[in-house]
Design a protein. Sequence first.
Length: 388
Amino acid sequence: MLRLLHTADVHLGARHSDLGEQATAQRERQFLAFQRSIELAIAEHVDLFLIAGDLFDSNTQPRRSVERVAAELRRLAQAAIRTVIVPGTHDVYDRSSIYRAHDLVAMAGLPPTSDLLTILTPEQQDVVLRPIDTVVCSRVFATRRAPNSPLAGFDVSKDDRATWRIGILHAAISIPGRTDGDDVVITTAEIAASGLDYLALGHWHSAQIAKAGNVQYAYSGAPEPVAVDQDRAGKVLLVTCDKVNGRKTVTVEERTVGRTRFEKLDIDAREVPSQPALIDTLRAHADPDLVLDARLTGVRPDELDLDDTEIEAALAPSFLKVRFRDVATIPLSDGHLPPVDTISGAFVRQVEARIGEAEGAGSADSAGELRDVLRLGRLLLAGHEVTL
């Protein structure tokens, strides 16, 4: 039996420009998720720890950050857990590679001949780990954009150097029209023909588990979200490879290591008396680990005046990230309209006619703006004070 932990896309050192003042805290959360992945591997007594690319967000990192990573990899070595890393597209193995600038093996306190920590490169595309009867294979390029699929002509079905044949790649699976611009692309047909027992993939930040032919493959996803819309991130994969009576089986189990949570919340506009009341309602969900995506839905009364920017600013200290969107519909006039020869009657009829034209032409933005014009106009004509 072989047990391994598969992670990828840790993106240590990411700048998080979308998080503003929370960026520094999120970088630390990413490191803590990596640390929890190490702790999980040790607690589960796995044999092998795989990092399928983009351990670092770029090749330019402070030495102190690399030293922190090396200290965690040393913990794995001390627990007799072997680690294999492949560069990704962010920490690409080019001339400025972080893996050329820093000797992670030496920084982890290991001799150069140790098999406890291996970084696969264009010069070393696989490693045989005899104590765990496993060969780990990859195809690594010295450029960010691959000249061809790393699985082109790849077949280890006749490789008899070890019982277990594990692949590790940083690549996108081909989806016509969606992955055409990706730097490294493979196909499910190539996976099926690879002869691997398990293929550990990195690049997609959401965990996904699938099979191509007889080959089990998976994306572990990022252990902590790199962007605030990655609600399937936050996981690592525990993989068990077993062989009974000559038959191999591979099982994959998701484990959560990230702290960031995501919540989508819809609030009916008819239940919101005012902006302060709405802020209080949303603040009741306060959590520094929560990314809140809140929407105002339904039909919004004319008297309900909201400012999305003010709402987000008021809630920002209570969440990791908050997004508020007003998608409520401003209704057309109901009941009897004022006479056509009055200002009110002429205004309502003209604006509603323009709304109908905009919606008929499929111009949702214009229709939305016109509905807001209708709402403000009705308030002004009814004698209300309106602040623009």
